[in-house]
Design a protein around this ligand. Structure first.
Ligand code: KIV
Length: 273
């Protein structure tokens, strides 16, 4: 069984040039499957709004939703580092609000760190949470919670000016104390320059190969989620197809009477019956 990573291991992996992977889970069973795999890190992302709750965006996810979903993941994945995502509106009001909600995620769920979205404009919140003793993972580039402000789910850092701003964001949140950062939907050449500009590990999703860790949503990479497939998603399995086939086989065997056979029935003789 794999050994659980610590916050310090993130930096160690980067310094030693050892790559790792980071995937989502929102429930006990999926967490236990990830725990059995080689993946080192689980994100209970607010993408649960879209993937689990059927919302069209992540902004409606609440702190209660996050607590409800992180708890069973922590239980199901004792050998995997678990990141709890701070939902929209839970940290953008004040440093005090950010600390209180980060405390809540850590205390009520047992996750190993929190993640929040934003660059320069969130540096004070990151600094405050870190000073309160909670490890913070940053998230820059495409930030789904504020995607309407960015003009939708689209590539970021695609012009010299926006690329320079992105690298500035990375430097500032590193200085504020983020121990690692997700970089989402950014051209590979920009991610390469960004990775070189900072010391902490870069966890890339749609950010090309020049990162320390690759991130994907489990339901995307296993071919379970149907509604939307970004360009950067490779489907490494076709689980949805297998699930539909399994359900149809159950339906067929029920209708033709082959299920349940004696093997799947209690065959004890009961007097009078
Ligand atoms: O919520 C999420 O799944 C995320 C990933 C896209 C990194 O933030």
């Amino acid at each position: 069984m794999k050994k659980k990573m610590t916050v310090l291991d993130f930096q160690k992996y980067k310094d030693e040039g050892k790559k790792f992977t980071y995937v989502t889970a929102y429930d006990y069973t999926t967490a236990s499957i990830v725990n059995d795999s080689e993946s080192e890190v689980i994100l209970v992302g607010d993408s649960l709004g879209m993937v689990m709750l059927g919302y069209s965006e992540t902004a409606g996810v609440t702190m209660d939703d996050m607590v409800h979903h992180i708890k069973p993941v922590v239980k199901g994945a004792p050998n995997t580092f678990v990141v709890g995502d701070m939902p929209f509106g839970s940290y953008n009001v004040s440093c005090e609000q950010a600390i209180m909600n980060a405390n809540r995620l850590m205390k009520e769920t047992g996750c190993d760190c929190i993640k929040l979205e934003g660059g320069v404009e969130m540096a004070d919140k990151i600094g405050a949470i870190v000073k309160a003793g909670i490890p913070v993972m940053g998230h820059i580039g495409l930030t789904p919670q504020t995607s309407s402000q960015l003009g939708g789910f689209r590539i970021q850092g695609g012009t010299p000016e926006s690329a320079a701003q992105l690298i500035e964001d990375a430097k500032v949140i590193e200085k504020a104390g983020a121990f690692s950062m997700v970089v989402e939907c950014v051209p590979s050449c920009v991610t390469k320059a960004l990775s070189k500009a900072i010391k902490v590990p870069v966890l890339g999703i749609g950010a090309g190969p020049y990162v320390d860790c690759q991130v994907l949503v489990t339901q995307d990479l296993l071919g379970m989620y149907r509604d939307f497939k970004p360009k950067f998603v490779k489907r490494f399995a076709q689980i949805r197809k297998s699930m539909v086939e399994g359900l149809n086989q159950f339906h067929k065997e029920t209708l033709d009477g082959t299920f349940p056979s004696p093997e799947y029935s209690f065959n004890a003789k009961v007097e009078g019956y």
